[in-house]
Design a protein around this ligand. Structure first.
Ligand code: NAP
Length: 279
């Protein structure tokens, strides 16, 4: 009698092979906006979202960097469109959502990530202009973004909104960073209010709080940074190193995808233990 078990085992393993190659894209059929996509965390997240099947609308001010990102996504078989502009401009917030709807049929995910640290100085020396600028980019831009993202998601029947906050202003007070801290703490209040407003409509809203991350924005990459600066910042973290942008992107993927379907209104620390470290 011929054995019957071997062909079955072969089929099962073939199925698993094809399943792992083809069936596990976490954002298949999703449309995502990513702000601050020309660099750092936003760029890494746009690449990851596209690799996981999302069609991406990517934005920042630097056009050449966005075009390069779109090329990279398309060469890998993904889909993306670039819209350059300033996140302080309400018109850009509308254009991004219109682009997602017109080009890709709707909006499922919005990663409101653009940010700027600003010059560090004692708070009493900070000009009102600089204060407003830092709040505008880090906090008001997220408000402008969700103002247009929420209606599109209400039409879609669901959505996931992410806002990049920081441990600065939430778990750690840092000298010379008052405006940035106030803005990033503000994003957490905004996140919680939105999550409460729209949970019943299946729109989840969460904040990501990266620890020190190796991007151009990190003080460890400032022109005047020294090896001692890097050692100090790394030492603040329990893990004694900075994050890569890709590590933060993985958390954005978790919050954007259905893997976090019961998670809303959170301030997710992805901070290498900078918030709990005392050594
Ligand atoms: P980054 O590499 O400097 O990226 C910042 C992004 O924001 C760039 O794409 C920049 O693009 C965009 N941006 C800045 N101002 C803008 C404006 N007015 N209009 C439009 N886009 C603007 O820094 P990153 O570290 O990836 O920062 C991403 C987010 O993470 C920020 O919200 C930051 O505060 C937060 N974060 C960073 C760290 C860290 O250690 N790196 C830690 C905690 C939180 P253009 O210059 O092309 O406009």
């Amino acid at each position: 009698m011929r054995p019957t078990s071997t062909p079955c085992r072969v089929s099962a393993s073939l199925l698993m092979f094809h399943g792992s190659r083809l069936g596990v894209m976490k954002l298949e059929h999703k449309v995502a906006i990513v702000t601050g996509a020309s660099s750092g965390i936003g760029r890494a997240t746009a690449l990851l979202f596209a690799r996981e099947g999302a069609k991406a609308v990517v934005t920042a001010r630097r056009r050449a960097e966005l075009d390069d990102l779109v090329d990279q996504i398309e060469q890998a078989g993904g889909t993306a469109v670039a819209v350059d502009g300033d996140v302080r401009d309400e018109g850009l917030a509308k254009t991004l959502v219109d682009t997602a709807v017109d080009r890709f049929g709707g909006l499922d995910i919005a990663f409101n990530n653009a940010g700027v640290v600003g010059e560090q100085m004692p708070t009493h020396e900070l000009s009102l202009t600089d204060w407003h600028n830092i709040l505008d980019v880090n906090l008001t831009a997220a408000f402008l973004g969700v103002k247009y993202q929420v209606p599109a998601m209400l039409s879609r029947g669901a959505g996931s909104i992410l806002i990049t906050s920081s441990f600065v202003g939430y778990t750690v007070g840092m000298p010379g960073m008052a405006a940035y801290a106030a803005a990033k703490a503000g994003t957490i209040g905004l996140t919680k209010a939105l999550a409460a407003e729209h949970g019943a409509a299946a729109i989840r809203v969460n904040a990501i709080l990266p620890g020190g991350t190796d991007t151009p924005a990190s003080i460890t990459n400032a022109p005047d940074a020294t090896p001692e600066t890097l050692a100090f910042v790394e030492g603040m973290h329990a893990v004694k190193r900075l994050a890569t942008p890709e590590e933060i992107a993985q958390s954005a993927l978790y919050l954007a995808s259905d893997a976090s379907s019961f998670v809303t209104g959170t301030a997710l620390l992805v901070d290498g233990g900078v918030s709990i470290n005392r050594t």
